[in-house]
Design a protein. Sequence first.
Length: 524
Amino acid sequence: MQRSRRRSGSKQRRAARAAENGGRETTGVASVPNRNVSRAIVAGLVVVSAFLLLWNLGDQRLWDDEAQTALISQTILDHGLPLGHDGVNSFSQEAGAEFGADHVYKWHPWLPFYLLAAFFRLFGVSTFTARLPFALLGIGCPVLVYFLATALLARRRVAIAAATLLVFSVPFLLLAKQCRYYSPAMLLSLLGLYGYASGKHRSVLAPASVLLFYTQNIYFLTLWLAVLIHAALWKHEWRKELLLLFTAAAALCAPWVIYTLGVSYRQAYPGVLTWAQFLRFLGPYASQIRAYLFSPFVLLAPAVVMVVRVLRKQAPIHRGQWNGVVLLVIYVVVSYLVLCSFSVLPFFRYLGPMIPVLCLLTALVLEGLASIHTLVFAAAVAWVILSGNIGRYLHEITHDFRGPIRGITDYLQRNAKPSDVVAITYGDLPIKFYNHLRVVGGLTGEDLTPGRSADWIIMRKHVTCVKDLKVGKYLHHNVDWKSYTPITIDAPDTIFENREDPAVHLFESNTTEDKVVILKRTGG
């Protein structure tokens, strides 16, 4: 009788392991790590993630988008509300479209600004502090990926691989450490998906989605569309509850929609919400996903597994929990289509919440290689990581970086007087953050008259858009250049300090670009 019970218990344990591994039993080196080992591995990944995100976090200067977030957050400390103008300088990048006469900033939701303002209050204003809360939230993303994978698929090996891929994903690391809304959006999107996938924590979906809306509202739409479409296909018994949760969440978001009715994205970007723009953005977004987030070569793994199993005369692999896979695919497809519809431009950063999900799908596709040997699966995961610039990223965070903004702000810190006025074609926001000077130009769209007699003029080599092109033309035609002396500083005049977009991100200082030239007023 005892022997029979032991055999029965052994069968149950094997069945449980098989369920975790997609319906097939595994033994020896191919076995799935037990729960304690898995959690120890995840803890180790958190430590690695903390190093990759926090090391040398304050070395590189904030670029314009980051500086805008930092400047607006600082106004909360003095006024209690996020302002787009502090009474001296404008913090606009959309020619003033982000706020009205009261200067209250309405272009983006406010949660990231209040989060950063709290950190500024606690730890002081600095580059490191500006990025710290966002990097800390980024550290939590691999943990949530692990729990999402176990909730959806009940396969810890896939969960560990997905978390590992995310920890070493350079696009994820670049976004997560930015002083911007990217890491909160990724974390809250994962939390919402986990709340839905776990079943027993479905109520988490509503508050997570509300916080997501007040971080970046477009992701509220992608999350709920994916969840409701999936529930319509797979979870009929949840539909009534989900509709109630969605209604409650939407009601909490409605005040912001009403409050910001005067903000017109279409006025600033006429192509938004047009069929022509949708079609135009399909290609760029697909190319970015293919180049940086989901390599087509990953899809060779199932073909390799099929060939090997045929040669070995093994039965086909049974794939369980397809509803979990479908949820991930629906989320990616919905996000892709929504971004093509609503994006002002096809910026890579908008793909942020898709990165963890695509890491999970990559791990799932590669996991079939474990049926050949666990080391084959591990080697495939390592190949994905090593083909993604992680070596260059490690070089970047362990070496000093010098860009145009560092050169400009350092020089003005040493040489400018507090009462000086600076005119610049692009790069105004970091100067406002680091040097606290009156700065005109950039993308603010404000009156450029003070620039005609500015104490310092900086004509950047590269043009970003029509807004700074107009600044350059105005200064060119209205400044008495005989009154200025050019000063070449030791800083490359690259277009940005350093962007988060992997296509243009610099992993080391540019030593071949022309140097920044600052013009100092010496006469007149």
